[in-house]
Design a protein around this ligand. Structure first.
Ligand SMILES: Cc1cc2nc3c(=O)[nH]c(=O)nc-3n(C[C@H](O)[C@H](O)[C@H](O)COP(=O)(O)OP(=O)(O)OC[C@H]3O[C@@H](n4cnc5c(N)ncnc54)[C@H](O)[C@@H]3O)c2cc1C
Ligand code: SF4
Ligand code: SF4
Length: 1093
């Protein structure tokens, strides 16, 4: 019997023991019997979802579920699949404010007309590619907006909202689109927050950082970095961070964090936005602004919006005088809960403080009450002393009991639960197994707690750790991965070193993507997010594991924030046919009953209600509270303009409609979970598409191509999308792979685009032949490009900038972007490469010869400094000077003039030409470095990266160095440095970032200048010459460049990137070797050492 099967069999036996009464005859039927394992049997209660609400506040002992049968499904033109139910009947062209019924009846045309007076056409998107791209968020729902509008500021929004209200045009706000429950999509108008430059990105740190005011387009992680920089700059004793800590914090934005009331591993229920928000600036649907930090704004709002204020106060009075309802609300928010609205605002504040109530009602309202244009947080301390332990228990009950003990008896900071399936994922991580060997071969129901303690100082940390260990031991819990081999708690010590605890937390953060990446192509990854009182956690978890097994979700993993009873359930699900929709529908119905009714829990702990559990809000909350929520919606947004269908939805089947397909497209991107984490790293995000959007549109192209008998409409759509994708998807992708750096499943969308380009080139034999000819005659290019550059430089001096710009722009258009657009920082031709003399004095031991192979890239062989630069030497001259000062003998590969790493061919899709150049270079390097014995320096980071990616000889792998790496490893101790600049800017090219040498870069520049500032740009978008052929790409990427005024120099290690950075910053960027050469001199010979050698 295989390991997997055996584990499932054992798991089944264990489950029988644990889940006692759970029986099922559900395999092919829609009737499921759920029996409470804790409470003695009593009367059978027949509950459909409609009347389940009545029982929500009671404890159901037995529930017979009547799940709804999905009679049929339909697929719309965007591929979304929906269960056909009564409400599905569509009258073409008749507008109803329901998903799928929002037809154009003239209102969208009018809306467009009215907003066009202040929103330029370039920020209104209605084409098939962009609307589909923005119709994608991280959820498994698909609605295609009719129009996407990029909004730059609050003033624009204040004008748009009243127009939408007047015309009855529903709108949805979009921040980063990482939401999982379907709340950031619409089939009407999507208002995308622009987060370009300063748009929605302003902030102000107050005092010591214990408060910060932020705008909604800032990424959560960025806010924390701003706070960290503030502490460092002012040498403050405490570092602060914002309370909410969703695992998506490095991608999601303040707008979404506030509107979803997001939380994470450490923030619990006390540090979410609801509990840490000080003030908020809100734009209501009529365009009015309420700024809660401004007493005048509050006073005038109380007068102008008396009806809303009175309504909210009236509700608060009603709720506060209803003991049962107040108790329900308090109970529900004692654990994580983002199902429905934040009704706790109605009980937590006095009724004479309506502003405070309104402010808190906005939190978690998912853009259905108004727009959050500013938020002031009370931040929380980020204590520097941390330690984590990973404690394994032989069964889930023991682990859950442990979590309960820690919650009730200690002040532990974070406790994460791992079920057996999650532990199995950890087994693949060698570091994890090294730290916790017993996870391999653990019992089938084993589970673990990842525990973190923090302290203001080491003593406080120690105190907390001792408290945690003592509480767990005194609770008499069994420790160890096998019941038959009990362990002492000391088997699982706290780890203080970051390198160790980071392993635990990285594994935890990676769980969602690991499951996502392992799923069968064609399926989507679903994440449910439930919570219950922590003392019921074990029962709920066992029920859910059993349920998933029964429905055949064998890949389901169950883990989460144990202290708050919050579990994430991650599994793969296809939406390809009626059967799959039925299975999902049945599972959802049962899961909602298990969580909401049986265990009095929350259907959404932190991800927001969205469309996913909107039909179950009444089940969870009961009819009274549910009706209150509708009343609130009517008060804030009586015309249902703001994100209708989200949080509250009258359609009981909304959760099984508009399900997003995941068509098989390419092995390079099939694993994509459309989380959007990659978006902020992409240089083309503001000009065309983001990586996620490139993938989703590519998937759509593939879906349409796979339709066996397409309709005329489908054919037209395929043509339109494919044509537009050439520019939006392919031409403007820098193929730099920076998306991979942020992708949890490590997808490099650039690889997809290069693959598409190469497929296209294989269909274009003439172009391929021309590329091959060029590759074979590269010396010609090498010798002539410098002459051409010098000629252009001369033309610039004679004609001036304007004619060159005009002519080159015209030629660029006329040749379909084959000819680059000139810019004033275009380099002059490089000086010819001189083969160096051996250094005069070399004081070295014969055992350690100072010999280096230097491979100047074709770029530095051809391109010198820019015409406007005071520097006249080329990169190779500077590097040679450094080698010489350090006493190195330099070996240049023999036929250097004909060599090239092949990147320029590869990025255009000429695979054969690229491969032949790569092989030729490898052979030469092997010979010059004596089979990899000597270090080899390639002076241009992207070229080095290309060489490394294609070499076949393993001995070369460790011989190759980027200049910064080589200088740090070999030259620093042989040179004397002095600081020659006050402030310098550095731009670490994407290839260097990927090689992990960002720190080395900063440190080396720091030896030469007092202050080093980073460009802050993930990728400049230059990508060889692409940024010159498509200047809008670098323009969009570098518009964020914001260097200090006193910075007069910039440094990098890629000549083409430097040119682009200079063009957009107005200061000269050069190779870092220029700065190092200027700042160094040869070390005076150490007489003793020299005489010894
Ligand atoms: C892999 C993965 C892991 C995740 N982990 C967590 C987690 O640990 N914890 C957690 O809580 N969430 C998690 N999420 C969910 C999601 O990342 C968070 O809810 C996040 O805060 C959403 O922010 P966003 O910027 O993407 O907002 P969006 O998705 O763009 O929008 C979210 C909602 O806010 C509304 N909105 C946006 N801006 C505004 C505004 N200015 N004013 C009013 N309404 C607005 C939108 O209309 C929408 O309803 C995860 C998601 C993924 C994909
Ligand atoms: S490419 Fe990666 S980061 Fe980007 S959406 Fe897909 S899975 Fe997420
Ligand atoms: S390779 Fe670069 S430009 Fe292309 S999608 Fe990825 S980050 Fe964007």
């Amino acid at each position: 019997m295989g390991r997997g099967k055996k584990a499932i069999q054992l798991l089944g036996q264990q489950l029988q023991r644990y889940a006692l009464g759970v029986k099922s005859n559900a395999k092919n039927s829609s009737e499921i019997l759920v029996k409470d394992s804790q409470i003695s049997q009593s009367a059978l209660v027949h509950q459909t979802r409609g009347n389940a609400a009545v029982a929500a506040t009671q404890v159901a002992t037995q529930t017979k579920l009547q799940t709804s049968a999905v009679p049929a499904v339909s697929t719309d033109i965007y591929g979304a699949i929906s269960a056909i139910t009564e409400g599905s009947k569509v009258e073409e062209g008749v507008f109803k404010n329901m998903d799928g019924h929002r037809f154009e009846d003239g209102r969208y045309k009018e809306f467009t007309n009215e907003i066009s007076s202040f929103i330029p056409k370039e920020r209104q998107y209605t084409d098939a590619v962009r609307t589909f791209a923005y119709g994608t968020d991280a959820s498994f729902y698909r609605l295609n907006p009719k129009m996407v509008v990029k909004v730059h500021n609050e003033a624009e929004l204040r004008r748009i909202l009243p127009i939408a209200k007047k015309l009855g045009v529903p709108i949805t706000f979009r921040a980063a689109g990482t939401s999982l429950s379907g709340q950031a999509i619409t089939d009407s108008v999507l208002l995308k927050l622009s987060h370009t430059g300063k748009n929605f990105r302003n902030y102000e740190v107050h005092g010591d950082g214990s408060q910060i005011t932020v705008e909604p387009g800032l990424i959560g992680g960025e806010v924390n970095r701003i706070l960290a920089a503030h502490q460092k700059k002012h040498k403050l004793p405490v570092q602060y961070k914002i309370g909410p800590d969703p695992s998506s914090i490095d991608s999601c934005m303040i707008g979404g964090i506030v509107a979803n009331n997001s939380s994470g591993m450490c923030c619990g229920v006390s540090q979410n936005t609801y509990h840490t928000l000080k003030d908020m600036r809100i734009v209501l649907v009529d365009g009015t602004v309420l700024d809660t930090a401004d007493p005048i704004s509050c006073q005038s709002f109380m007068k102008s919006h008396k009806k809303l204020v009175d309504g909210v106060v009236g509700l608060a009075i009603r709720v506060q005088s209803d003991k049962e309802l107040t108790a329900l609300i308090r109970r529900k928010f004692a654990i994580k809960c983002t199902t429905g609205y934040s009704l706790n605002a109605l009980v937590d504040f006095p009724v004479d403080n309506p502003i405070e109530i309104i402010k808190h009602l906005m939190i978690g309202s998912e853009g259905t009450f108004g727009f959050v244009s500013r938020a002031t947080y009370n931040t929380v301390p980020e204590w520097p002393n941390k330690a984590s332990a990973f404690i394994v228990f032989p069964d889930v009950r023991a682990a859950c009991k442990g979590a309960s003990v820690l919650r009730n008896e200690t002040s532990v900071d974070a406790v994460e639960l791992f079920d057996r399936a999650s532990l199995r994922e950890c087994e693949a991580n060698e570091d994890m197994v090294r730290l916790v060997p017993c996870i391999k071969g653990a019992d089938p129901m084993a589970a673990a707690l990842l525990i973190e303690c923090r302290g203001q100082d080491p003593a406080a940390l120690e105190e907390r750790m001792v408290e945690v260990q003592r509480a767990l031991v005194e609770a008499g819990l069994p420790f160890g991965a096998k019941a038959s081999q009990p362990q002492d708690i000391t088997t699982y010590p706290f780890h203080h070193e970051q390198k160790n605890w980071k392993i635990f937390w990285d594994v935890r953060k990676g769980l969602i993507p690991i499951v996502g990446a392992a799923r069968e192509p064609g399926t989507s990854m679903l994440i449910e997010d439930v919570a219950c009182p922590v003392d019921k956690l074990a029962d709920m978890m066992i029920d859910l594991i059993e349920m998933f097994q029964r429905y055949g979700y064998n890949d389901a993993s169950c883990f989460g924030h144990a202290l708050e009873g919050n579990l994430h359930l991650v599994f793969a699900q296809g939406f390809r046919n009626k059967e799959e929709v039925q299975r999902f529908s049945d599972m959802m119905e049962e899961m909602c009953h298990i969580v909401a009714t049986k265990h009095s829990g929350s259907l959404k702990g932190e991800h927001g209600t969205g469309r996913n559990v909107a039909p179950f809000v009444e089940m969870e909350w009961g009819t009274k509270a549910y009706n209150l929520m509708w009343e609130l919606k009517e008060m804030f947004d009586p015309s249902y303009v703001l994100n209708p269908g989200v949080v509250l939805n009258r359609d009981p089947d909304a959760h099984i409609k508009f399900l997003k397909p995941s068509p098989v497209a390419s092995p390079i991107v099939n694993r994509c979970i459309e989380c959007g984490f990659c978006e902020s790293n992409c240089p083309s995000r503001d000009v065309t598409l983001t990586p996620r959007q490139r993938i989703t549109v590519f998937r759509e192209i593939n879906r349409l191509q796979q339709i066996s008998d397409p309709t005329a409409e489908e054919k037209l759509r395929l043509k339109e999308i494919s044509t537009k994708y050439e520019y939006d998807g392919q031409d403007t992708c820098a193929a730099d792979g920076m998306c991979q750096e942020k992708c949890p499943v490590k997808i490099n969308t650039g690889d997809l685009i290069k693959h598409i380009r190469s497929e296209e080139m294989s269909q274009a034999p003439r172009s391929s032949a021309a590329a091959k000819w060029l590759a074979d005659n590269f010396t010609l290019v090498n010798n002539n490009v410098p002459r051409l550059l010098n000629f252009v430089h001369f033309a610039h001096r004679v004609l001036g900038a304007t004619p060159l710009q005009m002519i080159s722009s015209w030629m660029n258009q006329a040749t379909n972007h084959a000819v680059p657009v000139w810019n004033p920082y275009l380099p002059k031709g490089s000086a010819p490469l001189k083969v160096p003399e051996p250094p005069a004095v070399v004081a070295v031991s014969p055992a350690l010869p100072r010999k280096v192979v230097y491979m100047p890239s074709c770029v530095t062989r051809m391109m010198g400094p820019s015409g406007s630069d005071t520097e006249t030497a080329s990169v190779h001259e500077k590097l040679m000077s450094l080698f010489s000062k350090a006493g190195y003998e330099v070996i240049i590969p023999k036929s250097v003039g004909s060599l090239c790493c092949g990147m320029m061919f590869n990025s255009r899709g000429f695979k054969d030409a690229a491969a032949s150049k790569g092989a030729e270079l490898e052979k030469e390097l092997l010979e010059a470095s004596e089979g990899g014995k000597l270090p080899i320096v390639v002076d241009t980071s992207p070229c080095l990266s290309q060489v490394k990616s294609q070499i076949s000889e393993p001995q070369l792998r460790f011989a190759l160095y980027e200049p910064v790496e080589f200088i740090r490893h070999f030259l620093v101790d042989k040179l004397e440095f002095k600081k020659v600049r006050d402030v310098v800017a550095v731009h670490v090219p994407c290839s260097s970032k990927k090689m992990g040498i960002e720190d080395a870069f900063t440190k080396l520049a720091g030896l030469c200048a007092n202050e080093v500032v980073h460009s802050g740009i993930p990728c400049c978008g230059m990508a060889g010459d692409r940024g010159m052929r498509f200047p809008e790409l670098t323009g969009a990427s570098l518009q964020h460049l914001n260097l200090p005024k006193d910075c007069k120099d910039g440094y990098s290690t890629s000549r083409t990137c430097e040119m682009s950075l200079s063009n957009h910053s107005g200061i000269n960027f050069r190779g870092l070797v220029y700065l190092v050469d200027e700042a160094t001199q040869a070390k005076k010979p150490n007489v003793t050492a020299a005489s010894r050698s």
